[in-house]
Design a protein around this ligand. Structure first.
Ligand SMILES: Nc1nc2c(c(=O)[nH]1)N[C@H]1C(S)=C(S)[C@@H](COP(=O)(O)O)O[C@H]1N2
Ligand SMILES: [Mo]
Length: 318
């Protein structure tokens, strides 16, 4: 990955994250707005809940899969992004993704299924009850966040098209349009961005179709209007702004595996015991914190997902 190690992150970025960490700490302590104001930080008031510009998504079902760890702020989640279609540095997507037009939008599901179908975003928003899923997310680069996603199990969508018994994998493709996604003019990756899952992984209840965060439709830089969220895998599995889902017989190619097969495998399960060839994966830095924390196997979702990999050598199948 054309990436910076956490140690390379400039102090300016760390300072702003630290500010938000403090703000969050006040809120968690129940001190609330009054304490923040009393401490003379009025600038932070606008950002205390959801300063997002998305559409509100109404009532959300709570999920027992949500973590009780505190969420990162909307600001952190929407200004520290990987979305190479809009540039390769963390600040680029927030700055550049305004050229993406998330509506109207269609998502086509095809391949090894009985009822291939095209869905509009309005179809997708109504297809199943929207849930809040607060997930720990771990980027392969060594940082993590907690994000309050809005979505529902991808399985709800896949079931509608009736996968054939020949379907063994699922391929996800991001929009290809260099006019909307100026980064596609450079060869940073083979565009369009593609990702893939085994069908049983895609059908796992933790794997969701992401349609929002913080109770609103997704910011462009987070993959509007629809993206994949797979919390036990490294973040790059979560393809953004997807237009195509294809049920296929054999393991699909993926953007990062194409770019560097020795560094990015197909499975990409979070695994502190398997280092990236250029850095350790044993620890991570939660955005907003300084101290590193240990990375958990399957990003802490092992109780739910380990059975998917029974008998698979996770060192070889990284
Ligand atoms: N199309 C597309 N999807 C993508 C990426 C990308 O560059 N292009 N980056 C991935 C990586 S490396 C990460 S960590 C997550 C980041 O998602 P977030 O910005 O919503 O936190 O998006 C993933 N999905
Ligand atoms: Mo990532």
């Amino acid at each position: 990955m054309l990436i910076r190690k956490p140690s390379d992150i400039p102090g300016s970025e760390i300072t702003s994250e630290e500010t938000y960490r403090h703000r969050r700490a006040f809120m968690v302590a129940g001190a609330g707005l009054i304490a923040v104001a009393a401490l003379g930080l009025p600038k932070l008031l606008g950002g205390t809940t959801t300063p997002g510009t998305g559409e509100k998504l109404g009532t959300l079902k709570k999920s027992s899969f949500s973590t009780s760890e505190p969420s990162n702020s909307f600001k952190e989640i929407s200004t520290y992004n990987n979305f190479y279609e809009f540039g390769t540095s963390k600040e680029d997507p927030a700055r550049n993704a305004h050229t993406l037009r998330p509506r109207p939008w269609t998502l086509k599901i095809e391949g090894e299924c009985l009822k291939p179908r095209t869905f509009s975003i309005d179809d997708l928003l109504k297809l199943a009850p929207l849930e809040e899923r607060i997930y720990r997310m771990r980027c392969v680069e060594g940082w993590s966040m907690v994000i309050p996603w809005v979505g529902y199990p991808l399985k709800a969508l896949l079931d509608l098209v009736q996968p054939k018994s020949t379907a063994a994998f699922v391929e996800f493709s991001t929009l290809m349009d260099p006019k909307q996604m100026p980064g596609q003019a450079s060869r940073a990756l083979n565009w369009p961005y593609k990702e893939g899952l085994r069908l049983d992984e895609a059908n796992h209840p933790l794997c969701i179709l992401g349609l929002g965060l913080y109770g609103q439709t997704l910011p462009n830089q987070n993959g509007a209007p629809v993206r994949l969220v797979v919390p036990w895998k490294y973040g790059f599995k979560g393809a953004k702004s997807i237009v195509n889902i294809r049920l296929v017989k054999s393991m699909p190619r993926t953007a990062w595996n194409d770019a560097n097969p020795s560094e990015y495998g197909f499975y990409s399960n979070v695994n502190p015991g398997v280092d990236h060839p250029r850095w350790s994966q044993a620890t991570e830095r939660r955005i907003g914190e300084f101290k590193k924390r240990p990375t958990q196997m399957f990003n802490g979702y092992g109780d739910q997902v380990a059975a998917l990999y029974a008998g698979l050598d996770l060192k070889r199948n990284f």
